[in-house]
Design a protein around this ligand. Structure first.
Ligand SMILES: Nc1nc2c(ncn2[C@@H]2O[C@H](COP(=O)(O)OP(=O)(O)OP(=O)(O)O)[C@@H](O)[C@H]2O)c(=O)[nH]1
Ligand SMILES: [Mg+2]
Length: 216
């Protein structure tokens, strides 16, 4: 498994670096999607399901973590291009780190690249990675109050995936309340309740992704 260390690339011109990255990828026809959530909300499982379902698109994944190669290995096992990115203890990716990771991955002959950001609901929302779209996941076991407690990520995201919907019977998660709270922070956010385990709801998200790639 290819592993690259990106902690050296932090720049104080992050917004400029991010805009350049976005424009360069757009010129190549590659959509970059930044996927954010707390640890264990189901990012890698969700991406795995998306990769299996959209086998006609050329998809790749950059897995950013503090340590280990487990997530990149899960993606590679599906036959997709992937790279493990170690952030040197940083709790988020920024545009410089993302640029270095993209160099390691290679951007030729791809339609969509996912960046699975480091798992936490706070810092990743504070840095523009250069992605064209920001997607966040909130899982049912985490609770419907998270938009109230961590508003920035909801404000910064184009899409909210509500994951682990198959677990709804076991938790006091009010889907309508969660929807209202997210929309109050960000009236444009698209909300897709899904279960990556059963596949329920995945088609609506996958259609959104296809459209986003087309409209790049
Ligand atoms: N019931 C249920 N469990 C799920 C679903 N998606 C993921 N899980 C479980 O949730 C746990 C965490 O899933 P991951 O996909 O590793 O989560 P992650 O967000 O990538 O975790 P980190 O990379 O460590 O932040 C695993 O035990 C998964 O099997 C789902 O749709 N339903
Ligand atoms: Mg993961």
């Amino acid at each position: 498994m290819k592993v690259i260390q990106v902690d050296r690339f932090i720049s104080d011109a992050n917004d400029k670096d991010a805009a350049k990255l976005r424009a360069d990828l757009k010129a190549k026809g590659v959509l970059l999607v930044n996927l954010m959530s707390s640890p264990g909300s189901g990012k890698t499982t969700f991406l795995s399901r998306t990769l299996k379902d959209l086998s006609d698109l050329r998809l790749a994944v950059m897995e950013a973590d503090i340590a280990s190669t487990v997530d990149a290995e899960r993606i590679a096992a599906l036959g997709a291009r992937s790279i493990q990115v170690h952030t040197g203890g940083m709790c988020h990716m920024d545009a410089g780190m993302t640029g270095a990771a993209l160099e390691g991955l290679g951007t030729d002959e791809l339609d969509v690249i996912f960046l699975e950001n480091v798992g936490n609901l706070i810092c990743p929302a504070e840095f523009d990675t250069g992605a064209h779209k920001n997607v966040m996941i909130l899982s049912v076991p985490e609770g419907d109050d998270k938009p109230l407690k961590y508003p920035l990520m909801f404000e910064q995201s184009d899409v909210l995936i509500i994951s682990k919907m198959d677990a709804l019977p076991y938790f006091n998660f009010d889907l309508e309340k969660c929807r209202e709270r997210a929309l109050r922070l960000n009236p444009n956010i698209k909300i897709f309740p899904v279960s990556a385990k059963t596949g329920d709801g995945m088609a609506a998200w996958e259609n959104w992704l296809r459209d986003a790639r087309q409209e790049l």
